[in-house]
Each structure stands twice: as C-alpha cells, then as structure tokens.
Write a protein that binds this ligand. Sequence first.
Ligand code: SF4
Ligand code: SF4
Length: 185
Amino acid sequence: MDVEERLEEIAQKLAKRVDTKSCFQCGSCVSACPVSRITDGELYHPRRIVRATLEGEASKLLEQPSLWLCTSCHACLEHCPQKVPVSELVQDLQNLASELGVTPDDIVSEVENIIATGWALAPSESANKRRVELGLPPIPLEEKGKKDLHTIAKATELLSRLKKIKEHKAALKAADEAIQEGGEA
Ligand code: SF4
Ligand code: SF4
C-alpha cells in the first residue's frame, strides 16, 4: 500500500470513528483548552484540528509533534455546544500517527517506562531513598507486576507498535544522514 492509499484509509477510519460534522467552528473548544491557552493558540488549536478533519486534511496533522500536546483533559468536549468529541478525535489521530510509526521520543520513552515499571515516570533510586528518609515507604516496582505488564503489552500489540515506531525513526535518521553526507560531498 503506498502513502496515498494509506492516507485515504486513515481518512475513512476517522470518518467512521469520530463524527465532527456538527462542528460550526465557534471556537469554544479553543477557549476551554489549557494547552491552547498556554501556547496562545499558536502551537495547538483544537478548532483547526476539527476543521482539518472536516476538510479531509487530517492526515496532514499526523506528522505534527504538537498533536501530542493534548493532555486528554476533555475540557473541549465539556464545552462544545455541539458535543463534538474533539478529545477523542485527537486521541484517534495520535493512534493513527503511531500506526504509521510517527510518535515523539518522550512519548515512546513514557510507554517503555510503563511497560517496564508500571510508571510513566518511574521513581528513581534517589527519589525512593528520599521517601524513606522522610518516613514514607518506597514506591514498589514488583517483579510480578512487571511480568504482567509485559504480557499485556505483547497481547495488545503495543510491543509490535513500539518496534514499528523505532524502525520508522531509524529510517528517518538514516535518510537525514544520507542527505547530510550528500550535501558535504
Ligand atoms: S468542536 Fe465544538 S466547540 Fe470546537 S469549534 Fe466545533 S462546535 Fe465549536
Ligand atoms: S482534551 Fe486536549 S484538546 Fe481537549 S481541552 Fe484538553 S488538552 Fe485541549
């Protein structure tokens, strides 16, 4: 399947999963969105994400790292007068991006941490030492839990998804290096 066919498939998947047709572009989702507020709407803008989807241009969003700034707080959904599931749309776009192998490094690292420890940000040895000094119990990272997490990640194909993302990143890096070497020659 070539890139165009893949993008067409993505557009069809989105249309089936998330109904954005009732959006009348009022912008209430932007006013409610903490990420839009903190970035002055420059970096992240849910109304534009919905508009791009309505116009069949959602696939263009998949390569944008800003797509991953959404905190999944669902404030947009709460405030939308039309009950457009904006946050679900963003999550679907993130899922589709990761299916294509496009996912920021920090998200990959968080997922790997969860599989390895159950924590997105695993407590460090020094953090646990400090807890004990303060009279708190250390945060447990039990071996059995780790095994279960690995089993779940494998059964849900998360491990294969991670592998694909890493392959995609390696291919991009190799392409960059080839371009640089070509420029230096
Ligand atoms: S998704 Fe809802 S809140 Fe956002 S622009 Fe569309 S109608 Fe308005
Ligand atoms: S779920 Fe995402 S898009 Fe919606 S308000 Fe929260 S951060 Fe913004």
